[in-house]
Design a protein around this ligand. Sequence first.
Ligand SMILES: *Cc1c(COP(=O)(O)O)cnc(C)c1O
Length: 245
Amino acid sequence: MDGASSIASNLSALRAHIAEIARVAGRDPHAVRLIAVSKTHPLESLRAAIDAGQRDFGESTVQEALPKIQTLSANDLAWHFVGHLQTNKAKFIPGNFAWVHSLDSAKLAARLSRIAQEKGTRLNALIEVNVMRDPAKHGVAPEVLPALLEQLLGDRLAGIELRGLMTIGPYDASEKETRRCFARLRALRDETRERFNLSAFTELSMGMSGDYAHAIAEGATMVRLGTAVFGERDYSRAPQADASV
Ligand SMILES: *Cc1c(COP(=O)(O)O)cnc(C)c1O
């Protein structure tokens, strides 16, 4: 199979698998959004996915994403920023991305909101939670979440809409440990939504190529799939750092 047809067949197999796992878990099969994480992959791979009906794409650096977003702007796509976001890159997010998955501070939120308002747009935001307190990961610790929410709501950020939580599952962990992490994120979303009375705080971005089945079983509404859609990443072809933007 050539690259384009393998991407199309990966996507159709993944859609079927996602729907099946959701059904088995007693969930609506349409309640899980597949985000194709296209970092390091060339435009032709994204075009193959678009031709196969894919509309949600994830990128993790501004410098790699912007040329792709501009080149593919004639398509009706929803872009998701899934990487760690430095405050000095915030200005590139509203207007280019519909979603940010990695909100982790009130300062970043305030900046994103201000820029979104200046651009006359709104940004859907997920707060990244470091559920397992992994020192190598970004995101806020679970116990910090209520204080962050209080501050965000107190700041009345008109340019961003708080939509839910995101996490990255534990690397190389057992099924039990992985599911415990995802179940914890779901509980945190439920507690947060109730405590702060946030009707739109519904999303759970969790699950990557290696653990999306567990994430869906635990309630994921968005899975972020790179390798499973596009194949292995070749980092020599794409920028890793965001320094030049
Ligand atoms: C790269 C990346 C993904 C996709 O990873 P795969 O294991 O290739 O599916 C998902 N989420 C984030 C935050 C990423 O950086």
